[in-house]
Write a protein that binds this ligand. Structure first.
Ligand code: ADP
Ligand code: MG
Length: 351
């Protein structure tokens, strides 16, 4: 018996429904495939450079792996060039030559001249000619397995301190030489310069590259997150129980943020903490600060200024750092927090 036309319509409807359903399932599978299988927007690599854990995060449509490799190579090059403990570095050469002139290239001149300028504007709180004090306390060897904590006598400190001071660095067209037996140590600025160079290399290879370089908490931004959003950077609690205990969160999409703390490199002796940031006025670990963070246009300036602010102390630093190009967050020994006026622009909680 022929089926009624009503039945035909129902069958047709059922077929159409099965067709639509199949299409929808295929579509959902496609969408899931594309959403979850999209290439990661960033590639990430961890390395140990400049005596610290370095994380490089790169987002680029061009060749992120080549950019990443070039950045890491550049940082290693700078470490070798400006370390005072690597025998054939330019810094070791200048230190060995002492009062005899050493010829220097443009890049070395740039880093040393910026060091001298920051020494000047911080009244010598940041001093690139503290090599004798740093060596006396042994902080150049603290990561070596045979390092034994040593607290020098006041006599030894005064003796070393009499051969310190950036005013003994003479730089001219011919090159550089050191008066009064001082020794260079760029430990408080070279890491910042290395971060800047890595960022520059990334931008040279792809002007729309994004990502960041994090060298032990000192961060240089290549470009904003996903090309538009700001990165959230956390400032460590200097007395935190774990490495994920933070006191501040800031948002930045360019420039750099660098922290100097008394918890990074230190030893304890006789119930006291001796850390690696020295007050050039005393030759002893600077007192009064436990953490000093600077946000600046370059990691190099942020690095040197954060060390200077650590020495100068929170009360004074909070006043002067903005005029030197840095916004800052500082903590004193009572764990009281100090923020420069411009800091709130970056701080997530202060907004
Ligand atoms: P970190 O290297 O832990 O990031 P800093 O940037 O503050 O910390 O640099 C500290 C290093 O700088 C020390 O290990 C030492 O080599 C050097 N240094 C210590 N005190 C001073 C100072 N007052 N001025 C310039 N360099 C310093
Ligand atoms: Mg520094």
């Amino acid at each position: 018996m022929p089926r009624s036309s009503k039945d035909d319509i129902m069958i047709l409807n059922r077929k159409t429904w099965i067709y639509i359903l199949t299409l929808a399932i295929v579509l959902v599978i496609f969408v899931f495939f594309f959403v979850f299988n999209r290439p990661e927007p960033y590639i990430v690599k961890d390395e140990i450079i400049l005596g610290t854990y370095v994380r490089v995060v790169v987002g680029s449509d061009k060749n992120p792996n080549a950019i990443m490799d070039s950045m890491i190579r550049e940082m290693k090059r700078i470490e070798k060039k400006f370390s005072s403990t690597i025998a054939d570095s330019i810094i070791s050469k200048i230190n060995q030559n002492g009062k005899n002139i050493t010829e220097i290239d443009q890049e070395t001149r740039f880093v040393i001249e910026r060091s001298l300028a920051i020494a000047d504007i911080t009244n010598g709180a940041f001093d690139p000619a503290m090599g004798r004090i740093i060596k006396l306390w042994g902080f150049d060897r603290i990561s070596e397995p045979d390092f034994t904590p040593f607290v020098p006598s006041d006599g030894q400190i005064l003796q070393a301190l009499s051969h310190c001071g950036y005013k003994n660095i003479e730089i001219s067209k011919e090159g550089i030489y050191l008066k009064n037996d001082v020794q260079l140590d760029l430990g408080a600025i070279a890491k910042g310069y290395a971060i800047d160079r890595a960022v520059q290399v990334a931008k040279e290879m792809d002007s729309s590259c994004t990502g960041y370089v994090d060298a032990g908490g000192d961060i240089g931004i290549i470009g904003p997150k996903f090309g538009g959003a700001k990165w959230v950077v956390a400032v460590k609690n200097p007395r935190g129980e774990s490495s994920t205990d933070f006191v501040r969160y800031v948002q930045i999409d360019q420039g750099a943020i660098v922290t100097s703390g008394d918890y990074e490199r230190y030893f304890e002796a006789g119930g006291r903490r001796y850390h690696h940031i020295f007050d050039p006025a005393t030759g002893k670990p600077a007192e009064g600060t436990i953490s000093s963070t600077i946000i600046a246009q370059t990691a190099m300036d942020a690095d040197a200024l954060s060390t200077a602010a650590f020495v100068l102390g929170p009360r004074y630093s909070v006043q002067i750092m903005p005029s030197l190009g840095g916004q800052g967050f500082f903590m004193d020994t009572a764990e009281k927090e100090y923020l420069t006026d411009g800091w709130s622009y970056f701080d997530i909680d202060e907004k």
